[in-house]
Ligand binder design. Structure first.
Ligand code: MET
Ligand SMILES: [Zn+2]
Length: 763
């Protein structure tokens, strides 16, 4: 019998139940008991959904109130001293590690742990500090708790954890650690903790556990044979049967050592990397290791072609036998929305193309059934739906296709090189040294959100909506005058989201109403879905930027989301390459950039925060990606005269790997995140000699904490050691939409004061 499995499920709850409850708890409006009750109900709902879909292997232990990597650290008792000192309750300590905490009246002031993108997804993990003194223990046995909780509901589950090697590969090395310290060196002291947890699970009756080792899809894991051998020999001896999962890519050469581990099964991501199956089957043949086939995508929302999946699975069955084959999701389903059933604005045709988390559960179940000889109605319907989608894919916009095919080299280049552009821009913009600016968005208050949602629902007329947005933009301009910033932004009040806003105005996208996907903590996004060719019927932002410019004599920075980011933060179509989709977007944005310049906007920022996360996980795949990603950005920004200052923004500072590409974007100014990360990361700009202007963020915007003036001065001074003061601009790490006005005003006032100090200091 072939079994079906699901690796993990969204944690956000129907109706965004968790977000509501967690944020109410933070605001002091809900008690810890109320929050835990919501969490328990959501866990029950998840398990029952998966079980009712007919899935055999149901995950537990993958729930979290913030981030599951943070849970691991916290559960292992890894709580850095700065959090211990705050003397908070365990739950508040956990949240402080995730998002920082400031309560001046109580003397509480602690910054969050570093956040990082999770593999090539738009999900963020919380990377807790580790150093050579880090000790592990079982402070909280979440896997056991959840396993028992499900069992009480009559549901047998497979507990899930990160495997120890991935855990240690993802956490952060603390600033206090010695230079040659590597978290992986803690493996020997972590293994006993895993043994203890696995032993407890076995005693509680768990037959199987799932240890997620996505680090296996990275090149470096090919060197980890000894680590895997040591770890899994130790773990196999105590616990339930172990399935190792390898989501987000291919296991590559690591199969050489994986095939001799004492494990029950190896999971493969066959959505991303179907070609790896043959090699892996050949390696596993003759061993006792079974295979779990991740054929239902955990990353995209297209209906699985069950016929094709069945053919792959049949290969595995004939190589290893049905008893050793499980059909599964390619990764946890946490990257997909919960259910299509609640979407009532999508047409029946559109719905027939798609599959969200709960439908994906039905897919794995239907696939297993078919493989076991009962091709049911669901399978038959799937075949019809897939055929209809293929039919739709054949209809295309030939004007868009032709324009992409006709892209010339000249369209990828600004008129003059940076030094000449800089002179032209100096005259045009008239900014001081250490110019201050922000990354685009200002606080999105309840009133703004209400106005937008009323407008969407038709409860607010176009005219009143525009008035409301203009009032907000006017307020943003007055605010910036008051705090004394130099390069203004309009504040983005009209944007529900930096990708959705553009998608809604372009052809080729569709939108869900409730298709929320967790980005980090209680922040969820609703990625648009690219379903056909993309073009721009009319200007998208010019109206707002021009209005903003009319409100001030300071230069206004136009604000666009870049092609690669729009694509990476959407669900891309599966029938056309990402390169083509990105270039279609780039051409649409190019027209917008030109229109903004014609409307008198002198600086234009094209945000590309997602360019790095789109980087393929395997180095061999990088060049191809970087080529089209950089070309797309250049295509979108090179249609304007030299005096237009092109900015770009990235929410990270680790450019070591991709420096030449960042330089290759040839933006006049880039802003990056730098306040939380190690300033050493800035060395790469010095070492490679970055030639254009740069604004390393001087304070963290993910936390409500207000940075002191001295703190920002120190930050600028430290940065000025690495970067040329002549080329530095001063800005926060990222946009301010998640913040409140009060803390924003205090923070920016300190930022402006620090920049004024720097002008004198480095005169
Ligand atoms: C995630 S990057 C965000 C950039 C955008 N312009 C903003 O300020 O919100
Ligand atoms: Zn950002």
């Amino acid at each position: 019998m072939v079994k079906s499995a699901v690796l993990g499920y969204p944690r956000i709850g129907t109706g965004r139940a968790m977000k509501k409850s967690i944020e109410a708890y933070w605001a002091g409006k809900e008690s810890e008991e109320q929050l835990q009750a919501t969490a328990k109900a959501v866990r029950q709902e998840r398990w029952e959904t998966i079980r009712n879909a007919g899935v055999d292997v149901i995950p537990s232990g993958d729930f979290t109130l913030y981030d599951h990597l943070l849970d691991h650290s916290f559960n292992f008792g890894v709580v850095p001293q700065r959090y211990v000192e705050q003397k908070l309750s365990p739950l508040d300590t956990f949240f402080a590690m995730g998002r920082g905490r400031q309560d001046k009246s109580k003397g509480i002031d602690v910054v969050a742990s570093e956040m990082g993108k999770f593999f090539d997804s738009n999900y963020h993990i919380v990377k807790v500090d580790h150093d050579e003194n880090t000790k592990f223990s079982v402070k909280r046995n979440q896997q056991l708790e959840e396993y028992k909780e499900a069992k009480e509901l009559g549901i047998e589950t497979r507990p899930v954890m990160f495997g120890p090697i991935t855990y240690l590969s993802l956490v952060r090395k603390s600033r206090e650690a010695s230079a040659d310290f590597e978290p992986l060196s803690l493996l020997d002291s972590l293994i006993p903790v895993y043994k203890e947890i696995l032993t407890s699970l076995k005693e509680a009756g768990a037959a199987e556990v799932q240890l997620d080792e996505p680090i296996l899809v990275m090149d470096k894991a090919e060197q980890y044979g000894d680590l895997f051998k040591k770890t899994y020999e130790a773990l196999a001896s105590v616990g339930p049967k172990i399935t190792i999962t390898s989501a987000y890519g291919r296991v590559g050469k690591s199969i050489e050592y994986l095939k001799s581990l004492p494990i029950h099964a190896l999971h493969l991501d066959l959505d991303r990397e179907p070609k790896q199956l043959d090699e892996v089957l050949a390696a596993l043949k003759g061993t006792s290791i079974g295979i779990e086939l991740g054929v239902v995508s955990g990353r995209n929302i297209w209906k699985t072609d069950l016929k094709a999946a069945k053919a792959l699975a049949e290969k595995a069955i004939s190589a290893l036998g049905a008893e050793k084959v499980v059909v599964s999701t390619s990764s946890s389903l946490l990257h997909t929305p919960i259910s299509l059933a609640v979407e009532n604005k999508l047409t029946a045709e559109q719905k027939s193309w798609l599959s969200f988390a709960s439908e994906k559960c039905e897919e794995v179940a239907a696939l297993a059934e078919a493989l076991n000889g009962q091709e049911g109605a669901a399978f038959e319907q799937n075949t019809k739906d897939i055929a209809a989608r293929r039919e739709f894919e054949r209809t295309s916009d030939s004007a868009v296709r032709d324009r992409v095919a006709g892209i010339t080299d000249a369209q990828l280049k600004r008129k003059s090189p940076f030094p000449a552009r800089r002179e032209a821009q100096k005259k045009h913009l008239n900014l001081p040294k250490f110019p201050t600016t922000t990354i685009g968005s200002f606080p999105q208050t309840k009133e703004i959100r209400l106005a937008r949602s009323k407008f969407t629902k038709g409860e607010l007329s176009q005219e009143d909506y525009e008035k409301a947005m203009e009032a907000e933009i006017k307020h943003a301009c007055e605010f910036q005058e008051k705090v004394g910033l130099d390069l203004f932004v309009h504040g983005e009040p009209e944007r529900n989201d930096m990708v959705q806003y553009f998608g809604e105005q372009l052809t080729g996208f569709i939108f869900t109403q409730l298709g929320w996907v967790q980005s980090y903590g209680s922040r969820y996004v609703r990625p648009p879905i690219v379903v056909s060719d993309v073009s721009r019927p009319s200007p998208m932002t010019v109206r707002w930027s021009a209005y903003a410019q009319s409100q001030t004599s300071k230069p206004m920075k136009g604000m666009l989301t870049g092609p690669v980011t729009i694509l990476n933060w959407s669900f891309p179509r599966a029938d056309v390459s990402k390169e083509v989709q990105s270039k279609q977007l780039a051409l649409a944005l190019r027209d917008e950039v030109v229109d903004l310049a014609n409307a008198g906007i002198k600086a234009i920022q094209v945000d590309e925060p997602a360019i790095r996360e789109g980087l393929p996980l395997r180095k061999a795949d990088w060049d191809n990606y970087l080529q089209w990603a950089v070309d797309s950005f250049r295509l979108s920004t090179s249609g304007v005269e030299d005096d237009i200052q092109v900015h770009s923004h990235f929410c990270y500072s680790d450019f070591g790997d991709i420096f030449p590409s960042i330089q290759g974007l040839d933006a006049d100014v880039i802003s990056i995140e730098a306040s939380k990360a190690d300033l050493k990361l800035l060395d790469v700009f010095k070492n490679h000699g970055y030639s254009n202007e740069i604004g390393p963020g001087v304070y963290d915007i993910h936390s409500p904490r207000v940075p002191g003036e001295q703190e920002i001065k120190d930050r600028i001074a430290a940065m000025a050691k690495v970067l040329s003061p002549d080329l530095m601009i001063v800005n926060p790490d990222c946009g301010l939409k998640t913040r409140g006005w009060k803390e924003t005003e205090e923070s920016l006032a300190n930022l402006v004061a620090a920049a004024r100090w720097a002008r004198k200091e480095y005169a």
